[in-house]
Design a protein around this ligand. Structure first.
Ligand SMILES: [Zn+2]
Length: 330
C-alpha cells in the first residue's frame, strides 16, 4: 500500500441492512464515515440514491471534494463479478439481479470505481490494516446472520473464474440439513450462523424444553436471537450453553474443511457471532483439530478480526487503491 497520504479513496460498504461509507487514507485511517439504513424494501434507484447521499455526506464531513478522491471501492453483500463490475444478486435487496453497480457508481459520482464482494473486502481490510497484516496466505470468515468468507492467496484475493470464490458459507456440511437461502440444503451457514443458533433455540423452546432463554427474549419466542441465547448462557442456562457448543461444533467442521483444502497460515474470524468468544470458539477449535489433518491444524493460527465493523469499508477503500495503482492517481 503506498504511503502517500494524499491518495484518498472513498470506501462504500453496501449491506442488506446498512450502508457505510468512509473517506480513507492509505494507512487505513478514516477521515470521516457515514452510516445509514439500507432502504432494502424500496426500489433499486432508492438504494442507489441512499448510497450516493451517504457518499456525499462522508466527503463533506472530511472536507474533501470528489475531485480529490483517487478512486471509489464498493464492497457489496452478495454474489458479484469484480472484473465485470456486476452484482449478480444480493441478500435482502429484492429485485437486484445482474446490476452493473460499479459503472453506476462511476457515472453518478464521476470517479473510477471498483466492485468487490463485502466479505472479500473485509478480508482485504484485515490484510492491509488488521489482524492479517503481512500474512500472504489466510482465510477470513465472518460468523454473523450468515457466514461469509474471503480467501487470500499470495497476498491477493482469490476470486475464481467469475468472482464467486470464497462463498464458504455455502459449502455443504449436512446433505440432509436445513434449507439455505441459496436453495441448497445443509450449507455451513444453515448450521453454524447466528440465524441457525436462534432457529435451533426456537425449535427446542417450542418442543417444551425448560430454559430461561425465553425470559431474555421478553417471553416472545420470535424474539430469540443469538445475543439473547448468549445472555442466557452467561447466566448458566444449560440449553443455551448446549446450543452454543453445538454451533461451535459446526463452526469447527467447516474450519476443518478449509484447513484441509487451503492449509492456511492464519484464519481470521470476525462477525457478530464470534463475539461470543470461548464458549463458541473452544468447541470449534477442538472439532477442527479432531477433523483436519494434524499437520495442517498445527500449522494454522486463529485470530479475531481487528477492524470490527469497519473491515468491509476499509477493505473496499484499500481494494480501490490497490486496483488503481499509484501512477494513475497522480
Ligand atoms: Zn447455501
Amino acid at each position: 500500500m503506498p504511503e502517500d497520504l494524499r491518495l484518498l479513496t472513498l470506501g462504500i460498504d453496501l449491506g442488506g441492512t446498512k450502508i457505510l461509507t468512509a473517506v480513507v487514507n492509505p494507512r487505513g485511517e478514516m477521515l470521516s464515515s457515514d452510516e445509514s439504513v439500507t432502504p432494502a424494501t424500496k426500489s433499486r434507484e432508492a438504494v442507489i440514491q441512499s448510497i450516493l447521499d451517504s457518499a456525499h455526506r462522508a466527503l463533506k464531513h472530511a472536507g474533501v471534494a470528489i475531485s480529490e478522491i483517487c478512486a471509489i471501492g464498493v464492497g457489496a453483500a452478495g454474489i458479484s463479478n469484480p472484473e465485470a463490475g456486476i452484482l449478480f444478486t444480493s441478500p435482502n435487496l429484492t429485485g437486484w439481479r445482474d446490476v452493473p453497480l460499479r459503472d453506476i457508481m462511476q457515472e453518478r459520482l464521476g470517479k473510477k470505481a471498483f466492485l468487490i464482494n463485502d466479505a472479500n473486502a473485509a478480508a482485504l481490510g484485515e490484510f492491509y490494516f488488521g489482524a492479517a497484516r503481512d500474512v500472504r496466505n489466510f482465510i477470513y470468515i465472518t460468523l454473523s446472520t450468515g457466514i461469509g468468507g474471503g480467501i487470500v492467496i499470495d497476498g491477493k484475493i482469490y476470486t475464481g473464474a467469475i468472482g464467486v470464490a470464497g462463498e464458504v458459507g455455502h459449502m455443504t456440511i449436512d446433505d440432509n440439513g436445513p434449507i439455505c437461502n441459496c436453495g441448497n440444503r445443509g450449507c455451513w451457514e444453515t448450521l453454524a450462523s447466528g440465524t441457525a443458533l436462534a432457529r435451533e433455540a426456537r425449535h427446542r423452546i417450542k418442543e417444551g424444553v425448560r430454559t430461561s432463554i425465553l425470559e431474555y427474549a421478553g417471553g416472545d419466542v420470535e424474539k430469540v436471537t443469538a445475543q439473547v441465547i448468549y445472555s442466557a448462557a452467561e447466566q448458566g442456562d444449560s440449553l443455551a450453553k448446549k446450543l452454543i457448543a453445538r454451533t461451535g461444533y459446526y463452526v469447527g467442521v467447516g474450519l476443518a474443511n478449509l484447513i484441509n483444502i487451503f492449509n492456511p497460515e492464519l484464519i481470521v474470524i470476525g462477525g457478530g457471532l464470534s463475539h461470543i468468544g470461548d464458549m463458541l470458539l473452544e468447541p470449534a477449535f477442538k472439532t477442527a483439530g479432531e477433523r483436519a489433518y494434524k499437520e495442517a491444524f498445527q500449522a494454522v493460527r486463529f485470530a479475531s478480526a481487528g477492524l470490527g465493523r469497519n473491515s468491509g469499508v476499509l477493505g473496499a477503500a484499500a481494494f480501490a487503491l490497490q486496483e488503481m495503482r499509484k501512477p494513475l492517481c497522480e
